[in-house]
Write a protein that binds this ligand. Structure first.
Ligand code: TXA
Ligand code: MG
Length: 349
């Protein structure tokens, strides 16, 4: 039922691929690299011409800034300003979560080209925890700008195959590092000094580092769902545009009672646990059912599989609509629901 996508010549796993990636990046080219969250489309962050190639390959609008990945902590002051009144909490967050899926938005230095930050005075920074990514960025010894390696607005890639489905023919190399360990893009936060000792932590994008993980470091403010805030002053400008949209229409149910199948239409189910007791499995004769966390209902597992399964469902032919069960809106579930809502809003185009 699935189209088998053959790996192209450009997808490589060998040591040679790591060396080639470094050479291509040094030469001002772009390459797709594995990270622990999703695959990224990488360029030397200080090379504006190389970064422009990312926007071109992804068909990404220029107003949507990129995340800058650091080789090590020595690079932080070269790209970002750590405000004195937030230094303590930033140090604590870095100690707790770097390298890993937490991105900090900080004032930028002049070293970061405007094209990377879409002209914003701030820069989003993180350190990846993927072994292959770390080898490449260490050898390059430069920060790497990298958005997710999908065409603009589409489903983020969590495997080298998914990257080749998105960008084959547009980029010279995809380094295959296997399936991504987290499967959802990094959590993005901005810090704001508050009156007490703890700052406000604005969660601009929910991700693998959860509100529950962050709350001991500050007072959590969740903004990603607040459309009024987004419309007036989008804090993460790309958030408005990022929609992870499958080409097949997608609908999220709030309960099994929400669904009345129409005769003649073919539906596929994205199930949370695949448990009959949840009441979704028997709602209709599903053309396909894929399960995010079979049996156990573990949210981190659901997060790892989310984009992969959404992509599989979107590849099915003759499906009129993808029906998604809601997952619990807490922990990693909040990140899944944020992406599902955006996917539902923009799917089918
Ligand atoms: O896990 C990840 O973060 C992956 C891997 C490759 O590192 N990258 C990723 O990049 O998801 P991208 O471009 O798909 O998403 C980056 C988001 C965009 O929505 C953008 O708006 C936001 O980060 N962003 C970047 N710079 C920002 C800034 N200065 N202020 C606010 N938001 C920013
Ligand atoms: Mg993206």
């Amino acid at each position: 039922m699935y189209t088998e996508i053959a790996y192209t010549e450009s997808v490589r796993t060998t040591k040679g691929a790591i060396n080639d990636a470094v050479l291509l990046l040094r030469g001002g080219d772009i390459v797709a690299l594995p990270t622990e969250t999703v695959y990224g489309l990488a360029a030397d962050a200080f090379d504006s011409t190389a970064v422009a190639k990312i926007f071109e390959a992804k068909e990404r609008p220029a107003f949507d800034p990129l995340i800058v990945h650091l080789p090590n902590l020595k690079w932080l002051p070269k790209v970002a300003v750590v405000p004195d009144d937030l230094r303590e909490v930033i140090d604590a967050l870095i100690k707790a979560f770097w390298p890993g899926p937490l991105t900090l938005v900080l004032p930028k230095t002049d070293a970061v080209p405007d094209i990377v930050t879409a002209g914003l005075p701030t820069v989003a920074v993180r350190m990846s925890d993927h072994e292959i990514f770390k080898k490449i960025i260490t050898a390059l010894d430069q920060p790497i700008a990298a958005p997710s390696a999908n065409r603009f607005g589409r489903i983020s890639p969590t495997s080298a195959t998914a990257v080749s489905e998105e960008l084959d023919g547009r980029i010279p190399l995809i380094v295959d590092g296997g399936a991504c360990a987290r499967g959802l893009e990094s959590t993005i936060i901005r810090l704001e000094k508050a009156r007490g000792p703890k700052p406000f932590i604005h969660i601009l994008r929910a991700g693998p580092i959860t509100a529950e993980d962050l709350k001991k470091f500050g007072k959590i403010v969740t903004e990603a769902h607040n459309e009024a805030v987004e419309a007036n002053a989008p804090e993460a400008p790309g958030m408005l545009a990022n929609h992870y949209a499958p080409t097949t229409p997608l609908r999220i149910l709030s309960s099994p009672d929400d669904f009345r199948p129409e005769p003649g239409r073919r539906y596929a189910l994205l199930s949370y646990r695949g448990d009959k007791k949840d009441g979704y499995l028997k709602l209709t004769d599903w053309a396909e059912t894929l399960v995010l966390s079979p049996g156990s209902g573990k949210l981190p597992e659901a997060g790892i599989r989310f984009f992969h399964l959404l992509r599989q469902l979107d590849k099915l032919e003759d499906i009129d609509e993808i029906i998604a069960e809601p997952v619990p809106d807490r922990g990693v579930g909040a990140a899944i629901m944020e992406r599902l809502r955006k996917a539902a809003a923009k799917s089918g185009v």
